[in-house]
Design a protein around this ligand. Sequence first.
Ligand SMILES: [Zn+2]
Ligand SMILES: [Zn+2]
Length: 573
Amino acid sequence: MTLDNTSMIALLKDTAKLLELHGANPFQIKYYYNAALSLEKIHQAVGGLSPEALKDVAGLKPGTSKLIQEMNATGTLQRWEQLTAATPRGVQEMLDLRGMGPKKVSVIWKNLGVKSLSELLKACKEDKISQLPGFGSKTQGTIQASLAFKEKQLGKWHYASALPYATDLEAQLQQAFPDLLVSLTGALRRKMEITDQVEVLVGTTQVKSVIQWLEEQSMLQKKASFSGPFSWRGQFVEQPLQLTVLFCKPKEFYQQLILQTGSQEHLALPVGEGKLLGDLLNNIIAPCSEAAVYEQARLPYIPPELREGQIELAWAREKGTPQLLTMQDLRGVFHTHTTYSDGRHSLEKMAQHCKDLGYAYIGITDHSQQAVYASGLTPETIQRQHVEIDHLNEVLAPFKIFKGIEADILSDGNLDYEDEILARFDFVIASVHTGLNMDQQSATRRIVQAIKNPYTTMLAHPTSRLLLKREGFPINHQAVIDACAEYGVIIEINANPWRLELDWRWIDYALSKNVWLSINPDAHDKESIQNMYYGVCVGRKGGLTRSCTFNALSREDVMQYFEGRKNNHTLRP
Ligand SMILES: [Zn+2]
Ligand SMILES: [Zn+2]
């Protein structure tokens, strides 16, 4: 098996962590950490390269090259194998908890003999962790909170990791039975950011053959006790992702499709005469499409992603059925990183790639100076980058590179540069990366302060949450959106599948306040530009259309907007 660079880096870092856990010689630990860091700077795939070819990879040190050779030859590292064998599984899981480095885990393991997450929770509850040297009750509280968060996320998947399994299965079913009525349903069809299973509806008269086919698939594993004559339940073999396939008669398919797709809240929407939407659907006979079902129920058509029981009825009644945003509506890409900070690809590669994808412009936003961990840009580097952008703008014209920056919002709400430097950019994205454990009031005040800054053009990932990994910064969304409306600041929908915020539940409110939204990939390499797709999904869930999407504007309109904003800081879109 050939490992890709990302897997190699993870393996090297993991080895270093485990060495630290076992109290190994610091030089040895550093050897693996440094190898990981140096591989992060290599922008060429090294998996499968021969030892000779590795010699030609620029910037690769001999020590790192030796480790890569081992991973290429064996698909692993012997040192890692030894260390994982010598570390209880629960102890390795502790290493992944937020706020727990190898040193802390080692103290807990060695002093208390704690070897699993449940033992760790017990030790917290018995107040034993706070007594350990270097811990205290605050740390104990953090550990307990991350355990509770982890527990809550158990068995959950984020959209982007579950989707490929679902669409693959749907396609294979369709291929095996060309006449089958088949569709994803449930949370995944509604493009929910998190789901606990893949749900599929099949309309057929040959239930037995389809069930037999499911049972023959080596990628699936059946749970017989949960399955019945009209349902098949199990999971995918490769990942413990649950799967439910429900069967119905073909003539009931579209009615069932709505019943199986809508959230409980959607089906419980009052539709007049004391009836609920879900009950109303039961009386509709043999429709030929979902639109026909809604029509027979005298309701406007509601796109699947809106069926959450929130805004959809009012939305559809008021707006008819406007086209929700699509990928084709997007004209350009903001929020991208390059090798000037922590990106993997050069400025030129990122720009060229966007151009090749058919976009008319890119906004480059490397990290600002405070973000030392991400090689944030000093004023000198900014100067150098701007010279390169001017040059590339000549070469790539009419494609346009906008000069931007992702400026850290400091703890007092100021941006991470002097005004004189901020004035050099076409646009500034403000974002929080540090000090995430503020209370809601201070957190909101900090962000609103940054929104008021006349140089702030866009607000990035407002809470910095990482889905299923980290709870976000506790902001008052309404106050933040109101401030963006007042000061003409665009809010991004960060399309990184781990972030997906502005949360879709707030999009409708932002739109009601006339705030522009921008679908931003936050791309750290050129491949991640395609993450824009997940941002579009989230936008659609909130009822976003092209006319309210900033990066659906043409290059000329964006140029004009940035110019106008620079000349008149209070200008509203
Ligand atoms: Zn960021
Ligand atoms: Zn970023």
